[in-house]
Design a protein around this ligand. Structure first.
Ligand SMILES: Nc1ncnc2c1ncn2[C@@H]1O[C@H](COP(=O)(O)OP(=O)(O)OP(=O)(O)O)[C@@H](O)[C@H]1O
Ligand SMILES: [Mg+2]
Length: 122
């Protein structure tokens, strides 16, 4: 069984997230530049350290990783820790069930199609 983790993080945190993921054995994922709107309008304070702070204009990277179930929790924890600043607009992490995965080069399906921490490289 596999899951997909999607994370939308600050671009300024991308290198840190990437290197922390590598440390736990996650060296495969997709990513792209993204724009987004948080829920900053729900906040009472729209200023941070005296400047107006509109999180809509923070540069974002969107990351998608498909993993075996057993690797999901540590991966979410790793991203949460590496992407954290504690300021508004740090981003979000979502987890989904995956129906199927096919490794095109060898026809492997499901768990056998993706490597992970501790696995031999495929
Ligand atoms: N519920 C959501 N669904 C999909 N994407 C979201 C959702 N909430 C936030 N995002 C994405 O995450 C990005 C960062 O939002 P985030 O919620 O971190 O900012 P914020 O609302 O300004 O501050 P805070 O982190 O305090 O909520 C958004 O630009 C958007 O792309
Ligand atoms: Mg928000």
């Amino acid at each position: 069984m596999m899951k997909k983790i999607e994370a939308i993080i600050r671009t300024s945190k991308f290198e840190e997230v990437k290197s922390e993921l590598k440390k736990i054995g996650i060296d495969f994922f997709s990513y792209w530049e993204a724009a987004g709107i948080g829920n900053e309008h729900l906040r009472e304070h729209h200023t941070y350290r005296g400047t107006i702070y509109d999180t809509q204009y923070i540069s974002r990277i969107f990351i998608a990783i498909v993993l075996k179930d057993a690797n999901v929790q540590k991966t979410v924890d790793c991203i949460e820790k590496a992407a954290y600043t504690g300021e508004i607009g740090d981003g979000m992490i979502f987890t989904y069930n995956i129906e199927e995965s096919v490794r095109i080069s060898n026809g492997a399906r499901g768990d056998a199609s993706t490597a992970g921490p501790g696995d031999e490289k495929l």
